[in-house]
Design a protein around this ligand. Structure first.
Ligand code: ATP
Ligand code: PAU
Length: 420
């Protein structure tokens, strides 16, 4: 592969259909639901791994990478120190890497202690579609001769395991994404107890609706709705007891895919921008479009969506609909569907706190407010929709609990070449 393509993440060849998926199986299955106790990543903190530390979550759409920058470089030997300083200069000197790598500066976490060391956590993301470029690069740099292995979470840790082993001669140490997600949520909240978790006060009133901090220090039981490419719903009853109670394939990836199809947009940011200027009422049929007003007998207000995309069966309505309206209706449809499934899960599990996470909510206040509204309205105020600053903006957080322990200089070389 050309160096340029590798370095710039320019080659979009990672949709390689020949990659084989592996079955997971970290937990026992009870009534078709995976029951998982005792996630394993904590064991990392029993050791004092060599620096630098990275963690990676390879999702269906985005790969999230964290880099832990130790505060004091002086305690390392000369070679390690040199590597750390080079990484530091490069990473901190840039916020964008190649065409698609981004460092989210506003998410940085200072004064963190990981595995006995104090430092800062940096957050970087890039599309998983560029992963084969990363692998090509690792191969071309003879990574296997120098690295001890990579720890990773997410479907990609399984998806790319074989190709990493075969092509790069490198083992991926896999950790379950849901275990890590929950550990990540609590890690983050512990370090930002008064500013990480929030809710919307007065969610039914657009004028008075206001973001407020939520004290999440005594959180159990709660539901997690992880909106990534698809959606996983977890019922969490204690630190070590949770189950995946439901999920839906209609998630953030569906929103982006449909929006690209319907509007010709090409990025998530563009899709959200379009949606923010559109009106879904031009696309969806409301109860009032069918009843002429409310359907009072069952408490359905005229403003309620009766049929998502229902107006699109009319040629006239199709001809007058705009890209903005279509983007908005796609966003509202997906969000309401997720909200509705979450509400049913909360009812079945008898849980009142619902934490919505995942990158679908990144730069997407429309969906957050809609979810807050829907939870409050349809439960008569008994359900509370909660959100997290880091989670919402960027990461599954899995990687906070995983680390990539690489041998010194190689890490720098890989990271640099990929991100340059
Ligand atoms: N820059 C972006 N590029 C692509 N999608 C984005 C971007 N920012 C936010 N998103 C949204 O976030 C979703 C991916 O979220 P997330 O990173 O949490 O999931 P994932 O780990 O890729 O998927 P999964 O967990 O299902 O494997 C996308 O499907 C899209 O809706
Ligand atoms: C497959 C995963 C777990 C990958 O993160 C996620 O995309 C998901 O939960 N999808 C929904 C699958 C379902 O229908 O339950």
């Amino acid at each position: 592969m050309a160096e340029k393509a590798v370095n710039g993440f320019a080659d979009d060849s990672s949709s390689d259909k020949s990659l084989k998926k592996h079955a997971t199986g970290d937990g026992a299955t009870v009534n078709g639901i995976e029951k998982v106790r005792n996630g394993s990543p904590d064991s990392f903190c029993d050791i004092r791994p060599s620096m630098p530390l990275f963690g990676m979550d390879i999702g269906g759409t985005l790969t999230k990478l964290v880099y832990f920058e130790p505060a004091n470089f002086d305690e390392f030997d000369l070679e390690e120190k040199e590597t750390l300083q080079t990484i530091h200069r490069y990473l901190i000197g840039n916020v964008a890497y190649g065409k698609s790598g981004i460092r989210d500066v506003h998410l940085e976490m200072e004064n963190q202690t990981i595995c006995g060391r104090t430092g800062k956590i940096h957050f970087i993301r890039f599309p998983t579609s560029q992963m084969l470029s990363f692998i090509e690069l690792a191969k071309s740099k003879n990574f296997s001769g120098l690295a001890s292995g990579i720890c990773a979470t997410g479907g990609g840790a399984y998806m790319f395991e074989e190709i990493f082993a075969k092509e790069v001669l490198l083992q991926l140490h896999k950790y379950d994404e849901m275990d890590c997600l929950l550990k990540g949520i609590h890690y983050i909240d512990r370090y930002n107890p008064f500013s990480e978790c929030y809710f919307f006060r007065n969610p039914r009133d657009t004028e008075l609706c206001k973001k407020m901090p939520f004290d999440f220090r005594n959180p159990y039981p709660y539901l997690v709705v992880n909106i990534g490419s698809g959606v996983s719903i977890l019922a969490v009853r204690s630190k070590t007891d949770y189950s995946r109670v439901s999920g839906t394939s209609l998630g953030g990836g569906t929103f982006l895919g449909l929006c690209c199809l319907l509007t010709g947009c090409e990025t998530f940011e563009e899709a959200i921008e379009l949606a923010s200027q559109g009106d879904s009422k031009n696309i969806d049929k409301l109860v009032r479009d069918i009843y002429g007003g409310d359907y009072s007998k069952f408490g359905l207000a005229g403003e309620t969506v009766a049929c998502s995309f229902g107006h699109m069966m009319s040629k006239e309505k199709r001809d007058t609909s705009s890209r903005e309206d279509l983007a908005r209706a796609t966003l509202v449809t997906l969000t309401n569907n997720i909200g509705s499934i979450a509400r049913m899960c909360a009812k079945t599990e008898k849980i009142e706190r619902v934490v919505f996470v995942g990158n679908f909510l990144r730069v997407n206040e429309i969906s957050m407010k809609l979810l807050a509204y829907a939870m409050d309205f349809w439960s008569n105020g008994s359900l509370k929709a909660l959100f997290l600053e880091h989670e919402v903006r960027n990461y599954n957080l899995c990687f906070l609990c995983t680390v990539i322990v690489l041998r010194k200089r190689v890490t720098a070389s890989i990271l640099f070449s990929v991100l340059v």
